[in-house]
Design a protein around this ligand. Structure first.
Ligand code: SF4
Ligand code: SF4
Length: 95
């Protein structure tokens, strides 16, 4: 019989951004990259919470852009942005 969720062992949390210092993960980005509209950003930082590479740049508690050397283009930031401030744009060549 399957266990109920309350009976399962507590899992661990893998903190995002484990690789930025070592590997420039942006070099194998998916072919799309995020851009954001400052006018629509409410600085909720949900993009920062969901980014697996810790590439959302934050200054004094406010969203300030992306570290494209490490952004993989997964699109999670855009998916979770509540205001639609982040769009994923197709890249051409080494942009
Ligand atoms: S999730 Fe969207 S609104 Fe929130 S900080 Fe990021 S870009 Fe701004
Ligand atoms: S697309 Fe967004 S969530 Fe994905 S790595 Fe780049 S900044 Fe992070």
């Amino acid at each position: 019989m399957l266990k109920r969720y309350q009976e399962l062992p507590i899992g661990g949390v893998v903190v995002g951004g484990a690789t930025p210092q070592l590997v420039k993960t942006g070099s194998w980005r998916s072919g799309q990259k995020p851009v954001y509209d400052q006018q629509r950003c409410i600085h909720c930082l949900l993009c920062w919470v969901h980014c697996p590479e810790a590439t959302i740049l934050i200054e004094r508690g406010q969203m300030r852009g992306f570290d494209y050397e490490h952004c993989k283009g997964c699109g999670l930031c855009a998916e979770h942005c509540p205001t639609g401030a982040i769009q994923m744009l197709k890249e051409t060549g080494g942009s």
